[in-house]
Design a protein around this ligand. Structure first.
Ligand code: NAI
Length: 741
């Protein structure tokens, strides 16, 4: 080690990502990977740590070790997921896990006590490292969160997490963390025994060093109670109780995932195995299963989505060189309805000053009340403080006149879905806002060029298509026309990202991308209704495929009036291919609006809670023709198998997505997959319509489309891109390796 500071007392050495300093017998190990904003567990960090631990074991001047991070608000962000792409076999992944486990075993069995001083995100492999330490102290900072998020990538923890966590905090709490991947904040971590102590960040290192010395001279013995509380004792502390915990966990997973995700179930088995066979065998099992999971199709799709999202964060949606986005500090939102209020609620949370305008005070008041509700929920969940709540609410100002528009950076229109109304509003707005402000429409169907046509500053106009509910849905679809200025696009993209959204940029057209492929899918469901398929059979089939809700429930949620308008615009633009079903048209015309009106395809109680299918709706759908109706609302499908329901709806969507790519509405298959998964709930474990098509095989997709085209002329004519690619035996993504950059 090189001697730098005051002789003998302080020695520092750097081994790549790791710096060490001997502070009076306590070796401070600082993790700080060069050239990266975060620390990630990878081979080089592992090698560096291994050398440090071996050295610390030999060096008799070291009595204890403290591991900390040199990054501002990150302890360790988790494993370097890039390395997962190099796993070609289960054994590759298993070996990587064994390597990590060996390292942490070395740490756990170290001659001297090791303390983890955690400030910032301590995730995945980072938490597993902390778990192998004898003592954990964390800062009480909001950025300090602990989690094992591996299941979100279709994996299980692979560096001892499935073994050490239940031994530390009990099976129930451990499974809760492992099966959800959720973040645990500092205070909760302390309560559940995940950390031993919580202190202010300013004294974290001082206290950690002190505790390290106390552990070394045995004046401190960490308290351990893996079975927190009485209920915990009863359930976690004996095999019978644990059997209940495992069974409940399994039931919970199956209910939530419909059995589509193997990793959570595998994690339960590995935890169980380890607790009955001992740590050593448990670790072996963990590695074996980690290897298995790393090669599942589900994990590969989830890892693809992770990289696609990461690569989108760097994509400004315009050809390079991209201009610098303008800072958006104040916005105007036109229309205080459902969407306008939702947009306002997410904007004020990012410190944006919002002018929310509607036509009368009652509507403005209703909009502001809706904003308040969103913020209140965050307050109740302790995600924000009372002070933050007040500050955020104060940023939203209602208006019925166009006052305060003179200094906005962006105006977002969310008035009725009517071109005339939109023109009326935006023509006034463009006169009032600064010349370089961006003019955005939240329309879900109307081509942006048609909106721009009525305006003078067409280069400032684009679409910012948010999804409902705005505060929950992760996608923003930015729509540009050939006239949209690059700086307007990058400003909208950057602002969308600031609001926490994953942003795709698409080219203009009726329904853009998301609404267009959704319409193809919904219409096909509508056609099957006409053919006599039961409403709940349709929904069940697509939920079984992996959508969060089926198409008929979705139509009730979106609103039948809204869906009806969208359907009409799409039919007008694309003709027979996008013609909605007759039955749906009749239901829309009857005035049913879905859940908001407590009357749709399903029954709703006064609170809006969904019941069973409303049997009377079949009369409407079939125009009173009883012969066409399904036998009972739960009745079997008339002449149509479940797989046909899925194939017809999903292939209609895939085919339309391919057209969007071919026509240049989409800039890449990646954007199409992200848009479908994050905007429409396309099953994440299937990766999106393009990844799904690759998995099924384009030749097979083409052959199925040809068959359907024969049966239903006009609707399933294969997109020319699919025909060409299938003939040339191409795929949308490479078969292996890094799919997106
Ligand atoms: P909404 O009916 O809840 O709200 C529209 C609001 O605009 C009403 O409060 C109305 O009073 C107001 N308004 C009408 N004329 C106005 C004017 N001249 N000046 C100011 N305000 C005016 O409708 P919603 O659902 O919020 O939709 C708004 C827009 O967002 C539509 O273009 C819709 O297509 C689009 N959209 C809707 C989604 C949804 O799920 N509801 C999803 C994505 C986009």
């Amino acid at each position: 080690m090189t001697n730098t500071a005051s002789a003998g007392m302080r020695e520092t050495a750097a081994t790549g990502a790791v710096t060490t300093e001997n502070r009076g017998g306590v070796l401070i190990v600082t993790l700080d990977q060069p050239g990266d904003a975060v620390n990630k567990v990878d081979r080089s960090l592992g090698d560096a740590l291994e050398r440090v631990f071996q050295e610390a074991d030999r060096d008799r001047t070291v009595y204890a070790v403290v591991i900390a991070s040199g990054k501002p608000d990150i302890f360790i962000a988790g494993a370097d997921i890039e390395q997962f792409l190099d796993f070609r076999t289960e054994l590759d992944a298993e070996n990587a896990s064994r390597f990590g486990q060996r390292l942490l075993n070395l740490l756990e069995r170290s001659r001297v006590p090791v303390v983890a001083a955690i400030h910032g995100a301590c995730l995945g492999g980072g938490l597993e490292l902390a778990l192998a330490c004898q003592y954990r102290i964390c800062s009480d900072h909001p950025k300090t969160v602990l989690a094992l998020p591996e299941v979100q990538l279709g994996l299980i923890p692979g560096m001892g997490g499935t073994q050490r966590l239940p031994r530390l905090i009990g099976v129930r709490n451990a499974l809760d963390m492992i099966l959800t991947g959720k973040n645990i904040r500092a205070k909760k971590a302390l309560q559940m025994g995940l950390v031993d102590e919580m202190v202010h960040p300013a004294i974290l290192m001082e206290v950690a060093t002190q505790r390290a010395l106390e552990l070394a001279d045995r004046s401190l013995k960490p308290k351990r109670s893996a079975t927190q509380g009485l209920a915990g004792m009863a359930l976690d502390g004996n095999p019978l109780g644990r059997a209940v915990v495992y069974r409940k966990a399994r039931e919970g997973v199956v209910e939530k995932t419909h059995g589509h995700y193997p990793a959570p179930l595998a994690a339960i088995d590995v935890v169980k195995y380890g607790l009955s066979h001992g740590l050593e065998k448990g670790l072996q099992e963990e590695s074996r299963v980690f290897g298995q999971m790393a090669r599942t199709p589900e994990s590969q799709q989830l890892i693809f989505l992770f990289f696609a999202t990461t690569s989108l964060k760097k994509d400004m949606g315009v050809a390079e060189p991209a201009p610098i986005p303008k800072d958006v500090e104040k916005i105007a939102v036109l229309g205080a309805g459902f969407m306008g209020a939702g947009i306002t609620a997410v904007a004020v949370q990012q410190g944006t000053l919002v002018r929310l305008k509607d036509t009368d005070l009652a509507r403005v008041g209703k909009g502001l009340a809706a904003v308040r509700e969103v913020l209140k929920e965050r307050l109740e969940r302790k995600q924000i403080t009372r002070q933050q709540f007040d500050d955020m609410l104060a940023l939203a100002g209602g208006a019925i006149q166009y006052t305060g528009f003179g200094n906005v950076d962006l105006a977002i229109e969310a008035v009725f879905e009517d071109l005339g109304v939109k023109h009326g509003v935006l023509q006034v707005v463009e006169q009032l806002i600064p010349g370089d402000a961006v003019i955005a429409s939240n329309t879900s169907t109307i081509p942006i060029a048609r909106i721009a046509q009525g305006l003078q500053r067409r280069d400032r106009v684009l679409g910012m298509h948010f999804f409902s509910p705005v505060h929950k849905m992760p996608l923003l679809e930015v729509i540009v026309t050939p006239q949209t200025a690059k700086d307007a696009t990058v400003t909208a993209v950057a602002y969308g990202r600031k609001l926490g959204k994953t942003v795709i940029v698409v080219n203009d057209g009726p329904g853009f991308y998301t609404t267009r492929i959704l319409a193809a899918y919904m219409n096909e469901a509508g056609r099957m209704l006409d053919e006599g398929v039961a409403i709940d059979a349709l929904d069940a089939a697509l939920v079984d495929f992996g959508f969060p809700v089926g198409p008929m429930t979705l139509m009730d949620e979106v609103g039948l009036d809204v869906g009806g308008k969208v359907g009409a615009v799409m039919a007008e633009a694309f003709g027979a291919r996008m013609m909605p079903g007759e039955g749906v048209r009749r239901v829309v015309e009857s005035g049913r609006t879905g859940r908001k009106g407590r009357s749709g395809f399903y029954l709703y109680d006064d609170t809006g809670k969904k019941g069973g299918v409303d049997p009377t709706v079949y009369e409407l759908i079939h125009g009173g023709d009883r012969r066409a109706m399904p036998a009972g609302s739960l009745g079997p499908v008339i002449g149509i198998e479940k797989h046909e329901i899925v194939d017809r709806c999903v292939l209609a969507m895939v085919n339309e997505a391919a057209r969007c790519l071919d026509e240049g509405v989409l800039r890449s298959a990646r954007d199409g997959d992200i848009g479908a998964v994050f905007g429409l709930g396309f099953p994440p474990f299937r990766g999106g319509p393009f990844r799904y098509a690759d998995a099924v095989g384009l030749e097979e997709i083409l052959s199925q489309l040809d068959t359907l085209d024969g049966r239903f002329p006009e609707r399933f004519k294969p997109a020319s891109l699919i025909v060409e690619m299938a003939r040339a035996r191409q795929r949308f993504y490479p078969a292996e390796g890094r799919p997106v950059r």
